[in-house]
Design a protein around this ligand. Sequence first.
Ligand SMILES: Nc1nc2c(ncn2[C@@H]2O[C@H](COP(=O)(O)OP(=O)(O)OP(=O)(O)O)[C@@H](O)[C@H]2O)c(=O)[nH]1
Ligand SMILES: [Mg+2]
Ligand SMILES: [Zn+2]
Length: 278
Amino acid sequence: MIVVRASRRNTLVRNKEGELLECTLRTKFLDTVVGDQVTVNEENVIVDRRERKNLLRRSFEERQKNLVANLDLLLVITAPPPLFNTKIIDRMLVGAHAENIKTALVFNKCDLNDCVTTGYEFETKFEVSAKFEKNLDVLFEFIQPFSHIALCGVSGVGKSTILKKLIPSAQAKTSEVSERTGQGKQTTSEAVGYMRGDSQLITDLPGVQAFGLTHISAEELRFAFPEFAQVKCKFRDCSHRAEPGCLIKDALESGSIARFRYDSYIEILSELEQSLPY
Ligand SMILES: Nc1nc2c(ncn2[C@@H]2O[C@H](COP(=O)(O)OP(=O)(O)OP(=O)(O)O)[C@@H](O)[C@H]2O)c(=O)[nH]1
Ligand SMILES: [Mg+2]
Ligand SMILES: [Zn+2]
């Protein structure tokens, strides 16, 4: 059985017959998130959780927020400025890559503005308009083989709108971005998984405002930038910061690695170095 909603009070679990059961946890040590495979007894008590194949999470120093488990694909959703934010996009991509979760970038609201996708050549990319149903068929065909997909992005980029195009019966709220700030209103407040047909789970995540990554190591971080791996910097432990002869720095100068991607890398690296215990 699979968890489709996990709030502090109760947990919603879908059984094999497709029924939704309101469950409680046997102990407070058994934390669950959407996507977890669990065992439920006759009293609707969750008694066990299967080992996770991956767990998308955010962290800051000792604190960690688990977002969703057992993903096959993370759709990182973005939209034209002021919602376009490469720092957050890169953090979501790193968070997924560090857990071996496949990713794709979805530039939504391309009816409003041309999407600028330069620098993300290494990613699978889609330019869509959920509102005007532009290119959605291409995106939907791509996601077909994946069993568990989550939609992630800052508030207001259109995650819940895309979800409702995927699953028209889904009861997910959407609301306009604020006219004053141009930002979303945190409409989705918790992760909810919706079934698309009998075998595909789509999880709509709340808008992220920050995406701390202090739980990953410097080595994992280097591997989480696919275009860095392609360059094959000859120093195994190179931080790509100031080492003489660093091939990443060369690639940066020649423009084959985007400056903003490198800046994201350095920002995350500094953050996780600072949070290391002395
Ligand atoms: N112009 C345009 N507007 C869109 C498009 N997709 C969604 N919107 C609008 O963007 C606003 C925000 O959409 P939501 O789906 O609520 O955004 P969200 O990402 O789920 O936001 P949170 O739940 O707050 O994280 C709504 O007013 C949508 O109608 C699009 O393709 N084009
Ligand atoms: Mg939403
Ligand atoms: Zn290097």
